[in-house]
Design a protein around this ligand. Structure first.
Ligand code: 5GP
Length: 208
């Protein structure tokens, strides 16, 4: 029906499985979605590649991008900057791709202000204990960082009502399908299809 591209923000606690859900979505629907690669000043984790997981930048280079207006949004998270490069998002929306931003809550709210029609999804593990287990089990952060990320999760939990949809990630495959269905249904909302409605209406009225 409505083939206009949708900008979707996906947030969730560290350890909610956002990364795996995004990967699953891109693997299953490669022609539909484009995932924005963020810029960050945090160090790469083992296996992360510059330009694939993130653009890894120095503080100076990141601040220069802010000054140059090259970021759609940016935020501080556990001692580092994170931000969304503007050009990729604008180019892919123009191509008709549904663009995904996997970002934290401060950035999500900036996007909602700039793009009121953006759809905001919050991803959560089934319960808090599972969140802690996943975060520790991941083994990619030291104890201090895990603590900071858990306390940041508490802050994020207070903002969950500001999102449009809540998705519980109990099973990865179901979670990917749920996100896909939400995004595609969102595009059929009457409020997003006013041009199509007008055109069909004119056609139908022409009969009488
Ligand atoms: P991580 O260091 O675990 O990759 O990401 C930490 C947090 O930063 C996650 O909640 C992730 O969603 C968020 N994040 C990643 N990229 C961006 C971005 O471009 N902007 C904002 N605001 N948050 C981001």
């Amino acid at each position: 029906m409505n083939d206009r591209a949708l900008l979707t923000v996906i947030s969730g606690f560290a350890g909610s499985g956002k990364g795996s859900a995004m990967k699953g979505l891109l693997e299953k629907y490669p022609d539909t979605y484009a995932l924005s690669v963020s810029a960050t000043t945090r160090a790469p984790r083992p296996g992360e590649v510059d330009g694939r997981e993130y653009f890894f930048l120095s503080d100076e280079a990141f601040e220069e991008k802010i000054r140059a207006g090259e970021l759609l949004e940016h935020a501080g998270y556990v001692g580092h900057y994170y931000g969304t490069p503007r050009a990729y998002v604008e180019e892919n929306l123009a191509k008709g791709k549904d663009v995904l931003l996997e970002i934290e809550i401060q950035g999500a709210l900036q996007i909602k202000k700039k793009f009121p029609s953006a759809c905001l999804l919050f991803l959560t593990p089934p319960n808090a204990d599972e969140l802690k287990r996943r975060l520790i089990g991941r083994g990619t952060e030291d104890e201090e960082t895990v603590k900071k990320r858990l306390s940041r999760a508490a802050e994020e939990a207070d903002g969950m009502e500001q999102y449009d949809y809540l998705v519980v990630n109990d099973n990865l495959e179901d979670c990917v399908e749920t996100i896909h269905r939400i995004i595609q249904s969102e595009k059929n909302k009457v409020s997003r299809c006013l041009d199509e409605i007008q055109s069909i209406r004119e056609g139908v009225h022409a009969f009488s």
